[in-house]
Design a protein around this ligand. Structure first.
Ligand SMILES: Cc1ncc(COP(=O)(O)O)c(C=O)c1O
Length: 491
């Protein structure tokens, strides 16, 4: 069957073993997106077509379970008050508030390839990055540099810059920025990263990189880069914002020192929801040292960190003794009692992820992203034969070097018009100025038909943008013509 046909997309959807998951999500309708209110206003109530939502790389869609779990949380709070913290309730899917963070560890650990104790659902991504650097960035006079990418997500850049200043270091010269080696491609090949590591190895304390680069969608070789840097005595942390729930990872086996992530993208936990953190088990020990402290009690030894009461042992947490006894593992890096509303949303999300595996999701992701790529290539060929090609894919063509997102670079000046047409056509995706759109077919809820719809709307969006660019150029030529005529007349 011709892949460039709606029937082909439908056939792929029918054969998709994960197609049952779409019905577990709320897909905004085109009318939902167009309306200025939350509710229908009464008129024209007929069912509206679903939108084409390809923006899970930015904000994942809402699982239907989330509302029902949040209602259970609200009911527990309403009817049990403070007892909700510790009394088990029979007719809810949720554990007592106090145990919810622990309850999530095992399922979250599966998503990132860790042992349950190595993972904590806590804080937010940037806050976790700071907490991890407070523990893992310990500059000395010999090793004080941090290597990160030149086009890191701004929050990561600010976090690193401010940590350096916090230690009294000048970011100029202490922040080593890995830039793409080629002027024509924004990608950073592994060999290039390794050469930067080698150049600065003896003075570098920390390497911080993204599992998947937010702009290009490039999937980095976490295992190889981690091993290489660690061999040179460098601590290695990863920002998994765009990798978590997108590609299978093995944080423990790859011996990563620490990692941080958010849960609002591929994990579908809602805007600004609580984040996640991985700390390798070799840093997780909490031991009683020989001998006693000045007060006669045994001293406890653990990795240094910024501490808060929620990181302290559950058995003594409410003793109010002011003696910090960290929970062994990533849980010992928590600060505050976490928002139960957030944890509830994470519970709902992981109850979906539990029904499949990252390997199964990856299998679909590889296929659906390849389909998107093939369809874009066909469209590009079509454009070559008519008004000229007006986009190129900047994400690696090698499927092992990308997740589910393809970043598409438009010719200069087309972005606003293309985005406007996509919105009019009910296609949701995001842009990175000046001229990139990011298209992410998310395996849990996107269909091959979504990709087909996108291509249809994108084809027309490009045509319209090119036409209006041409007519603007024509009128500019005419204006210049008039202006120069005017000038010569004046002269
Ligand atoms: C790669 C990356 N790092 C950091 C952040 C900031 O996350 P937060 O606002 O949750 O701290 C984001 C947000 O999208 C991101 O994509």
């Amino acid at each position: 069957m011709d892949i460039n046909s709606r029937d082909y997309a439908k056939q792929q959807d029918e054969q998709d073993p994960l197609n049952k998951f779409r019905s577990q999500f709320i897909i905004p309708s085109k009318a939902d997106l167009a309306r200025k209110t939350l509710k229908h206003d009464g008129a024209g109530q007929e069912e509206s077509e679903e939108s084409t939502y390809l923006c899970g790389n930015s904000l994942g869609l809402q699982p239907k379970l989330t509302r029902s779990y949040l209602q259970q949380y609200l009911d527990t709070w309403a009817t049990k008050g403070v007892y909700g913290h510790f009394k088990a309730i029979e007719d809810t899917n949720l554990v007592p508030f106090m145990n919810m963070d622990e309850d999530l560890q095992e399922d979250m650990a599966k998503v990132v390839g860790a042992k349950p104790g190595e993972v904590a659902v806590m804080q937010t991504l940037t806050a976790n990055l700071h907490l991890m650097m407070a523990s893992f960035f310990q500059p000395t006079k010999d090793r004080w540099k941090i290597i990160l990418e030149g086009k890191a997500f701004p929050s990561d850049h600010y976090a690193v810059e401010s940590q350096l200043r916090h230690h009294g270091l000048d970011p100029d010269g202490s922040m080593i920025l890995v830039e793409p080696p080629s002027k024509t491609s924004p990608l950073i090949p592994t060999d290039h990263i390794i050469s930067v590591i080698d150049k600065h190895a003896s003075e570098t304390a920390l390497l911080l990189l993204p599992g998947i680069q937010f702009y290009t969608g490039q999937l980095l070789d976490v295992r190889k880069i981690t091993a290489h840097a660690q061999n040179k005595g460098i601590v290695v942390g990863w920002d998994l914002a765009h990798a978590v729930g997108n590609v299978p990872m093995r944080m423990h086996d790859w011996n990563v020192d620490f990692a941080v992530w958010c849960t609002y993208k591929y994990l579908n936990c809602g805007p600004g929801a609580i984040g996640g953190c991985f700390v390798h088990e070799r840093y997780c020990d909490v031991t009683s040292a020989n001998g006693a402290g000045p007060d006669g009690k045994p001293k406890i030894q653990y990795r240094s960190r910024l501490a808060g009461w929620w990181g302290s042992s559950k058995t003594s947490r409410f003793d109010m003794t002011n003696e910090f006894q960290p929970i062994p593992g990533a849980g010992g890096f928590q600060l505050s009692n976490p928002s139960v509303a957030d944890l509830t949303a994470v519970r709902a999300s992981l109850d979906i992820f539990k029904q499949t595996s990252m390997e199964q999701l990856r299998e679909k992701s590889l296929k659906i992203t390849k389909y998107l790529e093939d369809m874009l290539d066909l469209l590009a060929e079509e454009q070559d034969k008519s008004f000229g090609r007006c986009f190129s894919i900047i994400t690696p063509r090698n499927p092992t070097e990308r997740g589910t997102q393809l970043s598409v670079m438009l010719s200069p000046g087309l972005l606003d018009s293309v985005m406007e047409s996509l919105e009019e056509g009910g296609v949701v995706l995001d842009e990175r100025r000046p001229n990139v759109i990011r298209v992410a077919p998310t395996p849990l809820y996107n269909t091959y038909s979504d990709v087909f719809n996108f291509i249809e709307v994108f084809r027309q969006a490009c045509e319209k943008a090119m036409r209006s660019k041409d007519s603007q150029a024509q009128s500019t030529i005419a204006d210049v013509g008039r202006a120069s005529k005017g000038w010569s007349e004046v002269k």
